[in-house]
Design a protein around this ligand. Sequence first.
Ligand code: NAI
Length: 464
Amino acid sequence: MAQYDVIVIGSGPGGYVAAIRCAQLGLKTACVEGRETLGGTCLNVGCIPSKALLHASHQLHEAEHNFAKMGLKGKTPSVDWKQMLSYKEDAIGQNTKGIEFLFKKNKIDWLKGWGSIPAAGKVKVGNETYETKNIIIASGSEPASVPGADVTIDEKIVVTSTGALELGKIPKKLVVIGAGVIGLELGSVYARLGSEVQVIEFMDSITPGMDSEVQKTFKRLLSKQGLNFKLGAAVNKVETTKSKAKVSYTLRKDDSAHTVDADVVLVSTGRKPFTDGLGLEELGVEMSPRGQIKADDQWRTNVTGIYAIGDCIDGPMLAHKAEDEGMAAAEVIAGKHGHVNYGVIPGVIYTHPEVANVGVTEEQLREQGIAYKAGKFSFMGNGRAKANFAGDGFVKILADKETDRILGAHIIGPMAGDLIHEICVAMEFGASAEDLALTCHAHPTYSEAVREAALACGDGPIHM
Ligand code: NAI
């Protein structure tokens, strides 16, 4: 029986990062994973495959809409769906094998199988029980169904993100339930590939909780790309035949009942923590009413020696939040200081244009009674964006009215998911909008729009 310092359960971005950091800090580490490949939901059936399909379908969109304008004439490419799926599989393979390589390099044992915790200090995988001083649970999350609705997921006609990444063919009509991150990313993919896409959302706006100006611009741009939205609509039933589905929903404003037919229905109404089979109840690990493992600010559960990170605890279900917690929990176990700044965790939607945010929204600032200024700059005023047909969208920086300290930022536009990090770093350093505004930005770059938004918090932008 091997004696480990740490056994990490789950090899998603939270788990594999935690394992690597533990090993780097000199701890004898193993990671339990029951899938055929490492990387968890993110690498196998989430972030990476969806980004591959977003990339491929965006190239098609460019060919169809912008190539001729740039003098690139001729037949636009046709879609070979099988080949696109195999490109996606390739992207997955390269990434999951990369983690396997990193495990070998860092001398981390991959314990293959599904793990459970028979007692603190023990992890059982198959017939083998391993002893360990510490356990990090990084078991992730799984799709939630539609709350209060009669929906059976078969991953063929009624699918979650998992099934939507490997459909047999491109559906003629796709109905997406939930206008959140998954619904809009995958809805975009299929709209670009020619599906008629209908998004049904319970709330009166898309991406609930996001900056309201971003929401409006985002909805307008996605509608232009062919996504149809039915907002304020609660789905209550999805019926299926052999090859079709019928979605029933009620409009909240007048309680009227409606139905819509579909070849495929994507259920993207959120995810829930996945902790099945770990034996947490028997161990007496405290859980929240929402099924999350309760962890303190050092990722310790109430059972000594058992830590939890990522989607299975509280907080945004984001790969990078899990990674940060993984590194920090490893530091804590190694007797160092582990810290995550939950106020500076960016969120990104990888549609076109991309959407990114960090920190608070104007709505939250108003609620909290904090006096602020908003500096906004449109990509229409950015030379690079104009040249690249990427003038849609804007950067908005929110700063404290008195101190000028940056409190949040909201970007919709080209490369928003990359641009946001300049603001994240600024926020980590407690920078003012003026600090950003006084920083030289190379021309011509999209980043200049960030500087201009910072200038707009002071004496005003130059190009607007
Ligand atoms: P989400 O929480 O982003 O959105 C779910 C949407 O469904 C909400 O707008 C909600 O109002 C709506 N909804 C709920 N019940 C409904 C009903 N009965 N009828 C109509 N609409 C209904 O959830 P999503 O998109 O499934 O994503 C799950 C998690 O995965 C999220 O936490 C997300 O952050 C994460 N994720 C992040 C990605 C990224 O960072 N790019 C990519 C994919 C997932």
